[in-house]
Design a protein around this ligand. Structure first.
Ligand code: NAG
Ligand code: NAG
Ligand code: NAG
Ligand code: NAG
Ligand code: NAG
Length: 377
């Protein structure tokens, strides 16, 4: 397995080249992935993986800034509903598997032969009804994890005839359950309801993700990746919402300790849940996707990875304050400026990463996950 140093030297070579040159350099990984012979990917999740569902599913979604430039400016030169300037990690994963980019479920007449993306930006792991009872509102969408799983079932009902046929058709599919659950914590934090409320729903969030993994296995999944969450204490949005003069509130990366602690707790419990699921389903390969450490690796090595040290804590698209973020003037709204070179930034809009950051984290993740998928022939 490649060491972080090896990966680092690979990406350093690639800093000034376009993403197209990225994967051939990871050809060792590429070969291994091809041994899996994956022919389809099914993705559940939120804005880290939505490739166009939110902007299509409702009038609320179609009025979000994600329908407009500068979202999509770098790769697509137009908005696609992806919450970034370009490609997401699921796009890089699809490319690494030699598959076309995943179409969103809500795209009519789309080609779903190589899988479907069910992720919806803004969605939660817990049903909206549950959150409402806790006085937490989900402003953008009601399409939580269980809704996405229902869509998936509807899709499989049209794809195959009965369970055995489905299992046969899905034997070379890769399922990605998440990242999901981050918004269940983000909403109470953003709505000013305190970290305790966010923490209190953690067992429910973990159970919802666990149930989702059980459901995809029941549908026929044999290889499942379950990603954890990114260190939200490093986001320009949270750094802006929770300013403090107390230097002990920040960790060595100048991220908010308390919020990263919340994320770490979630990720630790999620990994425990995965271990339990592995015992429950010994014939299924279930792998944790370590988004947290991919991000930390990126943050720590930012200067060597081509990011501008002065702006790594700021959003590329946004305005004002220490972090170039203002909730009342978010990216994609009138007269909010966008940086001239998103590749110099980790955060695109204060919450979501730039394509460049996603590309580098995907490289790290693919190297980490590959050997664990047990695809050697
Ligand atoms: C950009 O996307 C919008 C929909 O989001 C579409 O109406 C428009 O035609 C696209 N423009 C180009 C140049 O592709
Ligand atoms: C629910 O949240 C709102 C703010 O969003 C707050 O005004 C209200 O007091 C909360 N209600 C309860 C029962 O906690
Ligand atoms: C979510 O569901 C509620 C209740 O049915 C509805 O009022 C609301 O408009 C829905 N929200 C979205 C974003 O569709
Ligand atoms: C930090 O200190 C400065 C100067 O004393 C003060 O103006 C500012 O309001 C303080 N910020 C917070 C978040 O307490
Ligand atoms: C997070 O903080 C809580 C309370 O201080 C502590 O019990 C827990 O171990 C911390 N979690 C991590 C992963 O550091």
């Amino acid at each position: 397995m490649a060491t972080p140093q090896v990966i680092l030297s690979l990406v350093v070579i690639l800093i000034n080249s376009s993403w197209l040159f990225f994967l051939p350099h990871l050809c060792h990984g590429h070969d291994q992935l091809e041994k899996c012979n994956f022919d389809k990917i099914y993705q559940l999740g939120d804005s880290y993986s939505d490739t166009g569902n939110l902007i299509r599913e409702s009038p609320v979604g179609s009025s979000t800034p994600f329908t407009r430039l500068p979202y999509g400016e770098t790769f697509f030169k137009n908005a696609t509903g992806r919450c970034s300037d370009g490609l997401l990690m699921i796009d890089y994963l699809a490319i690494a598997l030699g598959l076309p980019l995943l179409n969103p479920y809500k795209m009519t007449d789309a080609d779903f032969r190589h899988g479907v993306n069910f992720a919806v930006a803004g969605s939660t792991a817990l049903p909206v009804e549950f959150l409402t009872k806790k006085n937490i509102s989900s402003p953008a969408t009601n399409s939580s994890l269980s809704v996405q799983l229902d869509w998936m079932l509807t899709h499989f009902d049209s794809l195959c005839h009965g369970k055995r046929d489905c299992s046969k058709k899905l034997e070379n599919s890769l399922f990605v359950v998440g990242e999901i659950g981050g918004n269940d914590y983000n909403y109470p934090l953003i709505e000013g309801k305190g970290i305790e409320l966010a923490k209190s729903i953690m067992p429910n969030v973990i159970e919802a993700i666990k149930d989702a993994v059980r459901r995809v296995i029941d549908y026929g999944a044999v290889r499942v990746i379950v990603p954890g969450d990114f260190p939200r204490g490093c986001y320009p949005m949270f750094l802006t919402i929770f300013p403090t003069n107390d230097s002990t509130a920040y960790d060595q990366n100048r991220c908010l300790k308390q919020l990263n602690n919340l994320t770490m707790d979630h990720n630790n419990r999620l990994q425990e849940a995965i271990e339990e699921l592995k015992k429950e389903f010994p014939d299924t390969v279930i792998v944790y996707g370590d988004y947290y450490n991919a991000y930390q690796w990126l943050f720590r090595n930012a200067p060597y990875l081509g990011f501008d040290e002065i702006v790594i804590r700021k959003a590329c698209c946004g305005i004002g304050g220490d972090y170039n973020f203002n909730f009342r003037r978010i990216c994609g709204t009138p007269e909010v400026p966008v940086c001239s070179d998103p590749n110099q930034y980790i955060s695109f809009d204060g919450i979501h990463s730039t394509q460049h950051a996603y590309m580098l984290m995907s490289g790290w993740l693919i190297q980490d996950i590959l050997p664990k998928l047990q695809c050697t022939v």
